[in-house]
Write a protein that binds this ligand. Structure first.
Ligand code: FO1
Length: 429
């Protein structure tokens, strides 16, 4: 009979397990640390905070016996592969008295990773993706195909949000929600499929602001959001309500609920985000970009938690200057990403010197950066541990490696579903 208790223990920074504080755990610290699974130790270390990790506690000798009986030369990581350690019928005892690898257990109980026990509580792995619009939406969709989408969090840019006709519009949040719900308009790259434009046509006939086209179906989203905000809901709450309505399991988190606005100093003067992007079709020379009111903005608690607690942080192949940087500028965000840089994977938005979509290449050039995956790596200097670049940029590998980066090469264009899947697998590998 095996005496087994399932418990949740705290792991202290730097990766020190405190299970030994539970009665009977004295002097087990080294063994326990070695066995904690689910990334508990590294998460605690990276966060500089305690994290909760489920473990199975055995009475002294029980786990040792398991190990010896089931796989004489097993080491601790191999033990994690055992299917059903509770089924005595399957035990094939090999008690030949030989000394086995693994820790010496000298008293009380020991803790063991739950990964091998189907009945044990599982700590959800969280993958957090810093996200702009289309590129991020496609990566999130690909990731949703290879992992449980409820364990995916998107921290989403709100620097290009706007108020128009009295309506609050959040293009990046909506693009991601629509894409994950399968409602997106692929032709346009924004808005809803099967869209009609009656309202916008009437507005144009009245001489109203019709350059930023709001489709009839899309309008319902902005009406709903605006009404809920007026009732006192936050942008985060409204986003969650919309995701729930559309059956989107990925958690979409606006980086902040405070108003921020990306603006451009250009050759024709200062422009708001959508004036630059849509009205002028990003075809004016930009001198500088700034995010208005970002200094006073606070990341939401959910965002902080998603960044601190994620097993991995992913930087989507979004525009580094106008999609990702506004997220990083929200006070506290860049610091967490920097602290966790070993766990940060970025997918290059530039392939062979060109952005697949939007003005990332032109903006990098106008703001004095090299227009290449290496140039983007320099923009994210100190924030990223692993870079995923396209096959077309394989010859840039050594330049990235010289910057201390772990480089993976794959197809980063997500036009075909098998390529998207391969990219998602590379992100999670
Ligand atoms: N992009 C356009 O190029 N033209 C538009 O008229 C337009 C309208 C629009 C309405 C709602 C919405 O959520 C997005 C919209 N977009 C439009 C896309 C958007 O301007 C940009 O793609 C993003 O802000 C950049 O990420």
């Amino acid at each position: 009979m095996h005496a087994i208790v399932i418990a949740v223990v705290r792991v202290d920074p730097p990766g020190r397990n405190v299970a030994h504080r539970i009665a009977g755990f004295e002097s087990q610290t080294a063994a326990v640390r070695e066995e904690i699974g689910n990334g508990g130790s590294s998460r605690a270390e990276a966060l500089g905070e305690c994290v909760q990790v489920p473990v199975i506690l055995y009475t002294k000798g029980e786990r040792d016996r398991h190990l010896r009986d089931r796989r004489p030369r097993a080491n601790l990581s191999e033990v994690a592969d055992f299917e059903d350690p509770f089924n005595d019928a399957s035990v094939e005892t090999k008690d030949d008295g030989a000394r086995r690898p693994g820790p010496a257990f000298d008293g009380g109980m020991i803790a063991h990773s739950t990964r091998c026990y189907p009945s044990a509580p599982r700590v959800p792995r969280v993958i957090t993706v810093l996200s702009g619009g289309v590129g991020a939406a496609r990566l999130l969709r690909a990731l949703s195909g290879v992992m449980d989408p409820s364990e995916l969090c998107a921290v989403v840019n709100v620097g290009d949000d706007l108020v128009l006709h009295g309506l609050t519009i959040c293009p990046d949040l909506d693009t991601i929600n629509y894409t994950l719900a399968g409602l997106n308009n692929d032709e346009l790259g924004w808005g809803l499929r099967g869209e009609t434009w009656r309202v916008n046509e009437e507005l144009a006939a009245l001489g109203g602001e019709s350059w930023f086209r709001l489709g009839d179906r899309d309008l319902a989203t902005h009406l709903y959001r605006t009404q809920r905000l007026a009732e006192g809901a936050t942008k985060s709450q409204v986003t969650a309500e919309l995701s729930r309505r559309w059956g989107v399991a990925v958690r979409l988190l606006p980086v902040t609920n405070d108003p921020i606005a990306t603006e451009f100093d250009t050759e024709i003067g200062r422009l708001s985000f959508q004036e630059y992007f849509v009205r002028h079709q990003h075809d004016v020379r930009v001198h500088s970009v700034r995010v208005r009111d970002v200094e006073a903005a606070r990341p939401t608690d959910e965002v902080l938690e998603a960044l601190r607690g994620a097993e991995r942080i992913v930087i989507a192949p979004s525009n580094p200057i106008i999609s990702i940087d506004p997220i990083l500028q929200v006070p506290g965000v860049r610091e967490i990403v920097r602290r966790r840089s070993d766990d940060v994977v970025a997918v290059s938005p530039i392939i062979n010197g060109v952005a697949l979509k939007g003005p990332a290449d032109r903006l990098l050039f106008e703001l004095g950066h090299e227009v290449s995956c290496v140039g983007v790596a320099d923009v994210y200097r100190g924030l990223v541990g692993r870079w995923i670049i396209d096959e077309a940029d394989r010859d840039q590998t050594s330049a990235l490696e010289e910057r201390g980066l772990d480089v993976r090469v794959t197809t980063t264009v997500m036009a075909r579903s098998d390529d998207a899947r391969r990219l998602a697998e590379a992100v999670l590998a």
